[in-house]
Design a protein around this ligand. Sequence first.
Ligand code: SAM
Length: 208
Amino acid sequence: MEYWEKRFLDGGKIWGEKPSATAIYALKLFKKHELNSILVPGAGYGRNTKLFTDANLEVAGIEFSESAIDIAKSFNPKTQFFQGSVLDMPFNDEKYDGIYSFNVLHLFLKDDRISFLKKCYKQLKTKGFAFFVVFSDMERSFGKGKQIEKNTYESKPWRPVHYFTENDLKEHFKDYSVIETGIIEDAENHGELGLHSHILRYIFAQKK
Ligand SMILES: C[S@@+](CC[C@H](N)C(=O)[O-])C[C@H]1O[C@@H](n2cnc3c(N)ncnc32)[C@H](O)[C@@H]1O
């Protein structure tokens, strides 16, 4: 938590104001399937939730960094924010048509990943949709740093990352009907790295 709070305090809108390419793709799928309400666990300061509220979706975000939520209040006031850990979901009784979660699931060790996904499953309506984006095993940092669990490395101190193969990601979503998985290259420009891209894996799946 301290790691993220410090990043937002020091860096503000770290990833800029534009949404991730994955959010643009997710929005196409959400429109195709006529979704109206979306939950975004780990919403940051709302660069992706803004894309969804601009498209007239009803959006709720969960985020544990107070600084990120402060930024979101002026940047994307249409998103309803709950402050707290996604591991403590639910924060309300609402069931959503869809969940979009960007680069959060891979931050947890195995037991917490399973627990997080169970909580997400419960917050979806029957036949609701999940679009999750995670670091893939094709990421540049894969294998760097101390190995904590299988395919999980601490490439930055205090921030373990689980790198997903396609089968591993599907296995995490075995309670859903998987509609599609794929790779999306996502450009970012921040910090010491400057302009760089991430090779992200996504899954789009439907609750049974
Ligand atoms: C890689 S960032 C992505 C942020 C946002 N989705 C975006 O791209 O703008 C991960 C986000 O998840 C938040 N986060 C990490 N662990 C969390 C947890 N356990 N509960 C709630 N938020 C968490 C961090 O504070 C950060 O905002």
